[in-house]
Design a protein around this ligand. Structure first.
Ligand code: ARG
Length: 462
């Protein structure tokens, strides 16, 4: 294996030692960031006169060549990406390549590379979140008036609409987009030029490299810059948080597509058959998203456990910050795409959802509200309605079966138009409070969501 640090060592490393320490395969994910950061460093070395302008130019040209060649031309018999790029540069331009590493270390390099990497990767996640929001909003518009039972404690509670239910996920996604943007903002500071841990005696210009690489500013303390991995923990935590919401949506799709509910038929593209039971259509993609959420949480736990109690300064432990990061990023991108696909192909069984409300007494609250509106204390209204429900149950009928005369007997104080809210349509139509499912409130909410979707980036979700 080719090495950057052969000078003071003698003898050859055992193969297990080499393999255990090697990260090149994982590092290739951010090979471009490594090259770009090196270009900025080389230019700065030239501009400050630390190396000659000519040497800087030769190095920069070599790096540009590496960029054009792509990762396929980089050697693999090396420890990591930094070694690979420098080795390739030496192949291309000779000994002057050795000057690139003046006034820097792999410790500030790797921190710079991963900060650059998550910047772009998380912006892509944000785009994917927007795309899913667009799908959710489209479906919510389409089903704004389709009634379904709303649940609390997993039990039918009050009638709502499918559009209203779907919009709840729109706002969850808005929070995730907002959160990812904040992670990007917080990570966007430059460690480059911190060298191993303690800065350098060379007259470098950290502000220049920071600016050139698009960072907001250099990190003010070189020891902090090389030690910190909280930006990766933030990214992993935001990813786990997003997966948790996607897993809830997935679980609902699993539940609602089962025969017991029968609320939705999922598309062929996102389901599979069973190898033994011909009648089955399994919601595999939803199940996998739900299941792999465990992995996203574990990825955060994995790095958090690595970081806990680590002494300041670079520690090799943190080399393993990358596999969980790349695993979670891949997972959230795939899961966002698949969730969009599931929703686009979902065939909602609106009649069945409407029918599921029948006879579940889920308009009892509306009856209590109607009584309370006459000035009766809500507690008393609650009691009267409890009696009416019991009466219906004893007679084997439901609230919506009551006619005006029967209602007047059971709840004498109820105004005559109360009969309307006993029907699920009337119940939903009456709940026009801000954020409620009534037609006017929903229209406002849909417009609000469309405005948010039209913005570049994500404003605070409230
Ligand atoms: N591959 C290393 C990592 O990812 C790069 C930094 C190595 N630094 C060192 N002093 N060995 O953390």
């Amino acid at each position: 294996m080719r090495k950057l640090w052969g000078g003071v060592f003698s003898g050859t490393n055992d193969r297990v030692v080499e393999a255990f320490g090697q990260s090149i395969e994982t590092d290739l994910t951010f090979w471009q960031e490594d090259v770009i950061a090196s270009v900025a460093h080389a230019r700065m070395l030239g501009a400050t006169g630390i190396i000659s302008a000519e040497e800087a130019k030769t190095i920069e040209d070599g790096l540009e060549r590496i960029h054009e060649e792509g990762p396929g031309a980089l050697p693999r018999d090396v420890e990591d990406i930094h070694t690979a790029v420098e080795a390739r540069l030496h192949d291309l331009i000779g000994d002057v390549a050795g000057k690139l590493h003046t006034a820097r270390s792999r410790n500030d390099q790797v921190a710079t590379d991963t900060r650059l990497y998550i910047h772009n990767a998380l912006l892509e996640v944000s785009d994917e979140i927007k795309r899913l929001q667009a799908t959710v909003l489209e479906q919510a518009e389409k089903h704004a008036n389709d009634l379904m039972p709303g649940f609390t404690h997993g039990q039918r509670a009050q009638p709502i609409t499918l559009g209203f239910h779907l919009l709840a996920y729109f706002w969850a996604l808005q929070r995730h987009g907002w959160r990812f943007e904040r992670v990007v903002e917080l990570a966007n500071y430059s460690p480059l030029g911190s060298a191993a841990l303690a800065g350098t005696g060379f007259p470098i210009d950290r502000f220049a490299t920071s600016k050139e690489l698009g960072f907001t500013a250099p990190i003010p303390n070189a020891l902090d810059a090389t030690s910190d991995r909280s930006y990766l923990l933030d990214a992993l935590s935001a990813a786990a948080n997003l997966m948790i919401d996607l897993s809830r949506l997935s679980h609902e799709l699993v539940l609602f597509s089962g025969r017991e509910f029968g609320f939705v038929k999922l598309g062929d593209a996102v389901t599979t058959g069973s190898s033994i039971m011909p009648q089955k259509r399994n919601p595999d993609m939803a199940e996998l998203i739900r299941g792999r959420t465990g992995r996203a949480i574990a990825n955060w736990v994995s790095l958090a456990t690595t970081m806990k109690g680590l002494q300041l300064g670079y520690n090799r432990d943190t080399q393993d910050d990358k596999p969980p990061l790349f695993s979670s990023l891949r997972l959230i991108n795939d899961s966002l795409v698949l969730t969009g696909l599931m929703l686009q192909r979902a065939d909602w069984q609106t009649e069945r959802m409407r029918a599921a409300i029948h006879g579940d007494f889920s308009t009892a609250t509306d009856l209590a509200d109607a009584l309370a509106r006459t000035g009766m204390p809500f507690r008393q209204a609650h009691e009267i309605v409890g009696g009416a429900v019991k009466n219906c149950l004893d007679r084997g009928i439901t609230l919506e079966d009551l006619d005006a005369t029967e209602l007047a007997l059971l709840a004498p104080d109820a105004p005559p138009d109360t009969i309307n809210v006993l029907q699920p349509e009337g119940s939903v139509a009456s709940r026009e409070s801000y954020g409620g499912p009534g037609p006017k409130a929903m229209r406002e909410q849909l417009e609000h969501a469309a405005r948010m979707l039209g913005e570049t980036g994500f404003s605070a979700p409230v």
